[in-house]
Design a protein around this ligand. Structure first.
Ligand SMILES: [Fe+2]
Length: 231
């Protein structure tokens, strides 16, 4: 099973604060039967150049590489980035560098507000590029500001969607989760874990809730995308 969105790489963003904490997070995920993990540190184009970001990402990755090899050799790890939206993101140079390794998947974090026509057209421009497939991350964060129709329209444009495990684990969201699933706008799930405390990996609770709602049907759909890009 795949955790598509994590902040496990140490000392690079507001996620893991140390190699030790990364190890604890990985141990928790591995105990929840996760065997594919994408590392998605934040990239803010307004604060940093891509070169600086990739240098820091590599430094961070090198810090945990021995651990990954020694203790988590059976997990498929992929480097990527969670790119924060900005005006002009669709013209980001060498955009493939930000994608999940060995895939065209590009993770885009949107602002928490009602998305205006300019933002929507920027997402659409990105989606129409042949080089990448856009994945909007933690779409559950935006439901208070944007109607479901917005996500359905973007999905029609080929944009994929990732939902956070916290949202999926909350039984209060049952009706909305059903709609997301039935309308095909839940393609990946991710813990978006940042630490071992208030934002710890909680994959298992989400999976149990999905199982209650859909039996094994949900895993067929989620498994399709996992197989498509990760096998
Ligand atoms: Fe994140």
């Amino acid at each position: 099973m795949l955790d598509f969105h994590t902040h496990i790489l140490p000392e690079i963003d507001d996620g893991s604060a140390s190699v030790k904490q990364s190890e604890e997070m990985l141990t928790m995920l591995s105990g929840q039967h996760v065997d594919k993990i994408v590392f998605t540190p934040h990239f803010y184009a307004e604060d940093e150049t891509p070169e600086s970001f990739f240098r820091r990402r590599d430094e961070s990755y090198q810090k945990i590489l021995p651990l990954l090899k020694e203790k988590f050799g059976d997990i498929d790890f992929r480097l990527s980035a969670e790119v924060c939206y900005y005006i002009g993101v669709s013209a980001l140079e060498n955009i493939e560098r930000f994608c999940v390794e060995k895939t065209p998947l590009f993770l885009l974090e949107m602002p928490r507000c009602r998305w205006d026509a300019g933002m929507l057209s920027e997402i659409t421009s990105l989606a129409r590029q042949e080089k990448v497939i856009v994945v909007l991350v933690h779409i559950d964060r935006y439901f208070d500001f944007n109607p479901l129709k917005t996500f359905e329209d973007l999905s029609q444009e080929g944009v994929l969607m990732q939902v956070n495990c916290d949202y999926l684990a909350n039984k209060k969201n049952k009706r909305r989760i059903r709609k997301l699933f039935r309308r095909g706008i839940m393609n990946f799930i991710g813990t978006d874990c940042h630490n071992t405390d208030d934002r710890k990996p909680n994959y298992k609770e989400a999976v149990l809730n999905l199982q209650k709602l859909f039996d094994d049907e949900a895993f067929g759909i989620l498994g399709f995308y996992e197989e498509e890009f990760f096998d």
